[in-house]
Design a protein around this ligand. Structure first.
Ligand code: MSK
Length: 641
C-alpha cells in the first residue's frame, strides 16, 4: 500500500508509520472513514437549530430555497457562524474566569501554592483600571483586580474594561457599527438567543453580533486570561528549550501535559523539579522524569518555565503511540477523545483533570487548587508507577528535536528591538518606515487533518521571512515553525530577507517570535496598539502594515480569533474557510464589505504560497497608503515544506 503523506514534519511521519505498523487507528484513518464529508454542512447550509428539520439548502439551486421556517441560505449560515464564534469565545473566556478565581483564591490565602509573581504588572493594571494601588498590600490589590475582572463577565452596565486599550480610531469604528462588547457572558448569551429559532433572521445583524462577541473574546476573555496568568505565574522572558517528539526520553518517566490551562501544569512544572519526585521516579527504575507538553498547555509551561514541547495538535495521539508516554495529563480544549483508544494499546495513564472535560473510560483526577502542589506530586508519582509497567518492546521515539527560543510578549519583544535600556516601539516603527521591515504578521492557529500537517504554516512563514516580514506566532502554528528551526536566532541569517536579518542579528532574536498560547493572541493586539501609539505608521490598527493568518485552522476558537482580528482592523488570511461559502451575502460581507465598517476583511485562500503573496501585497498597499517607500518582492524562495 502506498504510504500516505500526512505531515511536513519528519518526526510526525515516522511516528505515524510506527502507529500504523501496530494497527493503531488515528485521526487520519477516522477522518478518511468520514468521507465524503457532508457538503451541506461544510458550506454552512445545514440548519439543525430547531426540531422541524434538519433543513438543508441545495447550494447549486438557482431557486430561493428556504428551510421549513423560511430561513434562507444566508440566515442559516450566519446563524451557524455566530454560534461557532460564541463557542470559541466561551472557551477562551471560561478559561479566563477560571484564572480570575485562582487569583482570588491565591490572594485570599485559600490556595497557598499560588503566589502573585509579577507584582509590577499587578500594579500597572490596577492603576489602569482605577483601583486603589497606594497603601494596599499586594494581596488586597490582587483581590480588587480579581473581583473587578470577574465583573467583566456579567456586568449589566458599561463595557468590557480592556476595549479602552484600543486606539481611538478602532473604538470609533466599533461605536459606529454598534459592536462595543458590554460583558463577555452577555455577548455569548445574546449570540445564542439571536440564533434561536424565530429570532434574528438578518444575516448582517447576526454577523455584527458575532463581531461584538468576538471582540469580547479578544479584548475581554483572552486578554484577561493572558494578563492574569502573567500576574500569577510571571510574565514570560525569552527562554531556550526544545520541541518535537524527540524530547521524550526512553530512560525517563515521560509526563505529557495537554490542553490549555496552566493552573495545574504550573504546579506540575514546580513538582517535576523536586528531589522527592525525581528520587521517586528513580526508585521505579527510571533515570529521571521528563515533563513536556502538547498544544497550548505546552506553550504555557514553555513560555514561563522553559519546559520542552512534544508536539502540536495533530501529534497528540502519536506521542502516546511512541509507547514512551507514562502519563498524559489533560485539561480543556483540543483534547481528542480518540486518545482513550490509543492509550488502551499501551501502559499510558491518560487522566482528565478538569470537571468540565471528561472522557468516557478515562480516569478522572479531582484537582483541588487548595492543595495544588500535593495534587501535582500525586499525579507525577502515578506516572512513575506507570513507567514500571511500560512494555519496552513497544517503544519507538523519533529522535528529532529542535532548539528554540520562546517567551516573547508585547512588553518585552520590542524592548529587545530598542536595546536593553529603551523600552519603546520606536525602533520597530522606524524599521518599518525605513523599509528594513515590510511589516509584521501574526501567523497563528491550529493543525487540521484536512491539510498536510504543518505544511501551510511552513510555506507561508518561509515566504514572509524571505520578504522581510517579522512573524509573530502563537499556538500550534508557533510549534510548527519551531520544529522547522525558525525559532532559533540563527534562522535569521539562514533564511530571512536582508533587512529582517540585520534587525534580528543586531539584537539576537529569531525572525519568528513565539508569543504564547491561543489566549495570548491578545498580546498581538496589544503590540498593535503600541505600534499605533508610537506613531508614524497609522492612526489606528487598520492603517498599520500588519496582517494575520491561520493557515491550518481547526477549532471554533480559531473562528472567534479570526473575527476579533478582522474586527480590530487586521486583515486575516484563513484556511479552511469557515462555513459561509454557501451564503453569498455573508461571504461578501466578511471578505469585502467588512472593510468599510472595520478597515479590514477576511481572505479565504487555500494555497499557502498564494496566501503569503497576498499578505505581502496587502502590506505593500498599507505601506503605499502611508507613503512609505515601496519594497522589492523577493520571489527566490527555496521551498522547505
Ligand atoms: S492548541 S486551538 S489546535 S492552535 Fe491552542 Fe493548537 Fe488550535 Fe488548539
Amino acid at each position: 500500500m502506498a504510504k500516505r503523506t500526512i505531515s511536513a514534519d519528519p518526526a510526525t511521519t515516522k511516528a505515524y508509520e510506527h502507529a500504523r505498523t501496530q494497527d493503531i487507528t488515528t485521526i487520519w484513518e477516522r477522518h478518511e472513514a468520514m468521507q465524503p464529508i457532508c457538503a451541506f454542512g461544510d458550506l454552512g447550509l445545514c440548519c439543525t437549530i430547531c426540531y422541524m428539520g434538519p433543513c438543508r439548502i441545495d447550494p447549486f439551486s438557482k431557486e430561493d430555497i428556504r428551510g421549513a421556517c423560511g430561513a434562507g441560505r444566508d440566515t442559516i449560515s450566519a446563524r451557524n457562524y455566530t454560534r461557532a464564534v460564541a463557542a470559541g469565545t466561551a472557551a477562551h473566556s471560561d478559561h479566563a474566569r477560571g484564572i480570575c478565581h485562582t487569583l482570588l483564591e491565591a490572594a485570599s490565602g485559600s490556595a497557598p501554592d499560588y503566589k502573585v509573581i509579577d507584582i509590577e504588572k499587578l500594579k500597572t493594571i490596577g492603576a489602569e483600571l482605577g483601583l486603589k494601588t497606594e497603601d494596599v498590600s499586594y494581596a488586597d490589590l490582587a483581590l480588587q483586580l480579581g473581583k473587578r475582572l470577574l465583573e467583566n463577565f456579567g456586568k449589566s452596565e458599561g463595557t468590557v474594561d480592556f476595549v479602552k486599550r484600543a486606539p481611538k480610531g478602532q473604538q470609533d469604528k466599533w461605536e459606529a457599527a454598534g459592536v462595543i462588547p458590554r460583558a463577555v457572558d452577555r455577548e455569548v448569551v445574546e449570540c445564542m438567543h439571536r440564533t434561536h429559532e424565530g429570532v434574528d433572521a438578518d444575516p448582517k445583524s447576526l454577523i455584527l453580533q458575532a463581531i461584538r462577541c468576538a471582540l469580547a473574546d479578544g479584548w475581554g476573555g483572552s486578554m484577561m486570561a493572558t494578563e492574569l496568568q502573567d500576574i500569577l505565574f510571571g510574565s514570560p522572558k525569552p527562554i531556550r528549550s526544545k520541541v518535537n517528539l524527540g524530547v521524550l526520553k526512553e530512560g525517563c518517566v515521560n509526563v505529557v501535559v495537554h490542553g490549555h490551562e496552566p493552573v495545574l501544569s504550573e504546579m506540575l512544572a514546580i513538582a517535576a523539579r523536586e528531589k522527592e519526585i525525581i528520587d521517586y521516579a528513580k526508585s521505579k527504575g527510571a533515570e529521571g522524569l521528563t515533563l513536556s507538553g502538547i498544544c497550548c498547555t505546552a506553550n504555557e509551561i514553555l513560555m514561563r518555565q522553559g519546559y520542552p514541547v512534544a508536539g502540536n495538535f495533530l501529534q497528540q495521539e502519536l506521542a502516546i503511540s511512541t509507547g514512551a508516554v507514562d502519563a498524559m495529563i489533560v485539561d480543556v480544549q483540543c483534547v481528542m477523545p480518540g486518545l482513550a483508544q490509543i492509550a488502551e494499546h499501551f501502559h499510558t495513564h491518560l487522566v482528565t483533570t478538569s470537571d468540565k472535560a471528561r472522557i468516557p473510560g478515562v480516569n478522572h483526577f479531582d484537582f483541588h487548587e487548595e492543595k495544588a502542589l500535593d495534587c501535582a506530586r500525586e499525579l507525577l508519582k502515578d506516572a512513575a508507577d506507570s513507567f514500571a509497567k511500560r512494555d519496552k518492546s513497544l517503544v519507538d521515539i523519533p529522535q528529532e528535536s529542535m532548539d528554540l527560543v520562546a517567551g516573547f510578549t508585547a512588553e518585552n519583544t520590542f524592548h529587545h528591538l530598542g536595546g536593553t535600556f529603551r523600552g519603546t516601539y520606536r525602533p520597530l516603527n522606524d524599521a518599518i518606515m525605513s523599509g528594513r521591515l515590510r511589516g509584521v504578521v501574526g501567523v497563528v492557529g491550529c493543525n487540521n487533518v484536512k491539510i498536510n500537517h504543518d505544511h501551510n504554516h511552513k510555506v507561508m512563514v518561509e515566504e514572509l521571512l524571505k520578504n522581510d516580514v517579522l512573524v509573530v506566532q502563537t499556538g500550534c502554528s508557533a510549534l510548527a515553525c519551531a520544529k522547522a528551526g525558525w525559532l532559533r536566532p540563527e534562522a535569521a541569517s539562514e533564511m530571512a530577507g536582508k533587512g529582517l536579518q540585520e534587525i534580528c542579528e543586531a539584537v539576537g532574536i529569531p525572525p519568528v517570535l513565539h508569543m504564547g498560547s491561543c489566549v495570548d493572541n491578545s498580546r498581538i493586539l496589544i503590540a498593535c496598539c503600541e505600534m499605533v501609539k508610537e506613531g508614524g505608521i497609522g492612526e489606528d490598527i487598520s492603517q498599520l502594515p500588519v496582517a494575520a493568518a491561520a493557515p491550518e485552522a481547526m477549532s471554533e476558537k480559531a473562528v472567534a480569533i479570526g473575527l476579533y482580528a478582522v474586527g480590530s482592523g487586521i486583515t486575516t488570511f484563513y484556511t479552511p474557510a469557515p462555513r459561509v461559502l454557501g451564503a453569498p451575502a455573508v461571504l461578501d460581507y466578511l471578505t469585502n464589505s467588512m472593510e468599510q465598517d472595520f478597515g479590514a476583511h477576511w481572505v479565504f485562500e487555500d494555497n499557502p504560497l498564494t496566501a503569503a503573496r497576498g499578505i505581502i501585497e496587502h502590506l505593500d498597499k498599507k505601506r503605499a497608503a502611508l507613503k512609505l517607500d515601496p519594497m522589492m518582492y523577493n520571489p527566490d524562495v527555496a521551498r522547505s515544506a
